[in-house]
Design a protein around this ligand. Structure first.
Ligand SMILES: Cc1cc2nc3c(=O)[nH]c(=O)nc-3n(C[C@H](O)[C@H](O)[C@H](O)COP(=O)(O)OP(=O)(O)OC[C@H]3O[C@@H](n4cnc5c(N)ncnc54)[C@H](O)[C@@H]3O)c2cc1C
Length: 512
């Protein structure tokens, strides 16, 4: 008799989601988390005495409301703002445009620079509205079962419904979607907009978690997925979600052990997963195991060499997860303005040429000295994260390679921080002098601290071939070729981001 029905490896937001859904269905669930704290990448941490972030990441616009509702997270203290957070797009010559959920206000801000672009933005938003249901249906549900050996009436009905939804777009929208989805995001946006820094800022999310630049094919589909999925905003940032999930898990009687690293997934004589062995030797049995760590970590590090079928190892090794992001957290001794404005979120990029140039060195394992940035100033809405009158700036730095040829030494990190500060000086002159402390996390640090294979922020690249059959066709519906072993983290459909989506869909697969 197993001690638990399910052991969930990893206490990030997806692991906690899986565990809580299962426990609410009466399963006896254990979460084992390697770090001393829960939350994985979403955990907020003090990075310098007296200065904290609300999470390593900051954008919470993709959290699935179905999960919030089903786990009653609002009862556990979660506060949802039903609008996306405003994002300010910065230009290095001092201009800025704030994109907010109020379409007319955004169009008016854009209209100060280009009447054409103001209209184009309205048309773009209208297109997103028209395709939203079809795109979200793809991302809010498990990938359809297209294995001809398993085709049942139920799976045919699912496929037929998807086709009907697609047809329901109408000819014009359907054709437009088919035309633009495979395009590179630069071509897509160049067809609509004229203002360079606006185009760069709109394009940025298409490149998150991608080994790509604006002129790389298929980047438009990433932008459409991101835009359609971004629906709300969590007050208090990712850590607030983690707190609510932890409370929901505890109320559902999930057992949680932190500082508990799994070193091996155990298999029985029939090669079905039946427990885990922790570092230190303790073995814990369970009827099923759900892994929220990366697919590469799960299959390549938590089994002995040659224990898995060659085919499985082979395809998992082929999953692309080349990290291209770093993080710089800054403790600042004053209030911060960017291009003269108080903002919470901002993006730089300036032009497709500059973004392409930032990516070029990545291909040759070198580091650009002009990265583009996603800037979050959490103290603008939550001053308690820093001493009175001080600020925290949390910068996600794009186009920084994991496999930097010279290695991520402390000097390399100092140079990265200096380049980021120099870029920030453009938007906030004098900022560098106000820095009292900082933390620099290279992609190699992500791997070490958060067990992110190759430092990839999404547990595996977001590209069309790795999105639907994610991470590989044999594991794309959360079950794996090993009976009793499931995947439930960002390496599974619909991918990375703070969404709770893979965790909730994996729980449904486990219950089935
Ligand atoms: C710097 C950065 C910025 C980001 N910014 C954003 C953003 O703004 N918006 C957004 O939506 N997404 C963002 N992302 C991506 C997003 O954070 C992740 O996709 C998501 O949080 C991953 O959640 P998860 O629960 O799937 O996995 P994780 O949070 O990675 O959790 C997995 C957990 O498993 C644990 N673990 C691993 N191995 C073991 C083991 N052997 N035994 C026990 N435990 C183990 C880890 O310690 C970890 O806690 C960002 C990511 C990074 C790195």
């Amino acid at each position: 008799m197993s001690k638990f029905d399910v052991i969930v490896i990893g206490g990030g937001h997806n692991g906690l989601t899986t565990a809580t859904i299962l426990a609410k269905k009466g399963k006896k669930v254990l979460v084992v988390e390697k770090r001393k704290i829960l939350g994985g990448i979403a955990a907020g941490e003090e990075f310098y005495p007296g200065y904290s972030t609300t999470g390593l990441l900051h954008d919470t616009s993709g959290v699935r409301m179905e999960v919030v509702k089903s786990l009653q997270l609002e009862k556990h203290g979660l506060e949802i703002d039903k609008h996306r957070a405003a994002v300010t797009i910065l230009s290095k010559d001092g201009k800025s445009i704030t994109m907010q959920s109020d379409l007319n206000a955004t169009a008016a801000a854009i209209g100060k620079f280009s009447k054409n672009d103001a209209e184009a933005y309205k048309e773009y938003q209208d297109f997103l509205k028209r395709i939203g249901n079809v795109i979200n249906d793809l991302m809010d549900n498990p990938p359809p079962d297209i294995d001809v050996k398993n085709l049942t009436m139920a799976s045919l009905v699912v496929l037929a419904k998807k086709w009907m939804m697609f047809k329901g777009l109408g000819n014009k929208t359907m054709m437009e979607l088919l035309k633009v989805a495979p395009m590179c995001v630069a071509d897509f946006l160049n067809e609509k907009f004229q203002t360079d820094f606006l185009k760069a800022g709109i394009a940025a999310p298409a490149l998150y978690g991608c080994y790509a630049a604006p002129r790389s094919p298929y980047t438009t589909i990433n932008l459409l997925l991101w835009e359609c999925a971004s629906r709300s905003n969590i007050k208090g940032g990712p850590q607030a979600l983690v707190d609510a999930l932890q409370k929901a898990a505890e109320q559902a009687s999930v057992e949680i052990r932190t500082g508990a690293e799994v070193e091996k997934i155990l298999l029985d004589a029939e090669r079905a997963a039946n427990g885990v062995r922790l570092k230190g030797g303790e073995e814990i049995s369970a009827a099923k195991v759900a892994a929220s760590c990366t697919p590469k970590e799960t299959f390549l590090n938590l089994f002995d060499d040659f224990e898995l079928e060659y085919q499985l190892d082979y395809w998992i090794e082929k999953v692309r997860s080349r990290g291209t992001s770093a993080k710089v957290n800054l403790a600042i001794n004053k209030a911060v303005k960017l291009n003269g404005e108080t903002v919470e979120y901002a993006r730089t990029g300036n032009s497709f040429d500059e973004m392409e140039k930032a990516f070029d060195p990545v291909k040759y394992q070198q580091v650009t000295d002009a990265p583009f940035l996603d800037i979050h100033i959490p103290t603008s809405t939550n001053p308690s994260l820093a001493p009175d009158g001080h600020s925290v700036i949390s910068v996600l730095v794009h186009q920084i390679p994991y496999d930097f040829e010279a290695g991520w030494s402390s000097n390399a990190k100092k140079k990265l921080a200096a380049d980021v500060l120099q870029t920030l000086e453009t938007y906030s002159p004098g900022l560098a002098k106000a820095v009292v402390g900082m933390e620099v996390l290279s992609p190699a640090d992500f791997e070490e601290r958060y067990t992110l294979t190759e430092g990839h922020i999404y547990h595996g690249e977001h590209f069309v071939d790795q999105l639907i059959t994610r991470p590989i066709p044999a594991c794309s519906r959360y079950a794996t070729p090993l009976a009793g072993l499931f995947l439930c983290g960002s390496g599974s459909h619909p991918g990375g981001g703070i969404t709770c989506a893979p965790g909730s869909m994996a729980a449904a697969a486990i219950l089935r």
